[in-house]
Design a protein around this ligand. Sequence first.
Ligand code: Z5A
Length: 211
Amino acid sequence: MSRPARGRFITLEGGEGAGKSTQARLLAAALAARGLPVLRTREPGGSPGAEAIRGLLLGQAVARWDSVAECMLHFAARREHVQASIRPALEAGIWVVCDRFADSTYAYQCHGQGVPRAVFQALSEVALEGLRPDLTLVLDLPVERGLGRATARGDTNRYEALGAGFHAKVREAFLAIAAAEPERCALVDASQPLEAVTAALLRALNARLPA
Ligand code: Z5A
C-alpha cells in the first residue's frame, strides 16, 4: 500500500489577543470542509507531556526561572509535542494547525526576555530535528488593542502581566520574522473585523498551499 502524502504544517503566531486561537479554529474548520484531515493543536502544550509543562510555565510567578531555563522549558514541551503529536500526524497525511510554535519562543524569550539567539538556535536543532512550518500566519495588532482584548476576556496569564513595553518588543520580533522569511510567513492585519481576518488568512493559505 502506498504511503499517504505528507500533511502540511501551518502555524499561527502573534501577540496577545491577536485572534490566533479563534482563527486556528476557523482555519481548521475550513480545511476540514475541503475534506482534508486536520489536527488543531497549540503551544505550549498539545500533547500530555507538553501540557504538563504548560501548567508549570503559565502557572508560576514571573521571576520563577532564569530566562534561559524558561526557554529550555518551552523547548522541552515543544520536543515532546513534535515527537508525540505533530510529526506522527504529518507522516499520516494530516494537516496540522498549531496555535503558536518556535517563533513565539524567539519573540518572547529572545526579544522579550533577552535569551541569546545562539541558545535559541541550539535548542531548535535539538528539539525540532529539522521540522519547519510550511506556512506561518503572523497576526499583527497594536499592543494596546491586543492586551485590551485579552483583558476583556478575563483570564490573563503571567506573560500578559509583563506590561506594554515587553509586548512591544514581542510585536517587533514577529514583524522582523515575517520580513526576514517571506517565503514561509504571511503577515495579516489582525485589527480588522474577525471575518476580514479569516478571509485574509484563507487567501494566504490558498495562494501558498493550494489543496
Ligand atoms: N509563550 C512563550 O513565552 N514562549 C513560547 O515559546 C510559547 C508561548 C509557545 C501562552 O498563552 C503564553 O505563552 C503566551 C506566550 C507564551 N503569552 N501570553 N500571554 P495562551 O496560550 O494562554 O494565550 P495566547 O497564545 O497568548 O493567546 P491569547 O492571548 O489567548 O490570544 P489569541 O489566541 O491570539 O486570541 P483569541 O483568544 O482568539 O482572541 C482574544 C479575544 O479577542 C477573544 O475574546 C476574541 O473573541 C477576540 N477577537 C479575536 N479576533 C478578533 C477581531 N478580529 N476583532 C475583535 N475581537 C477579536
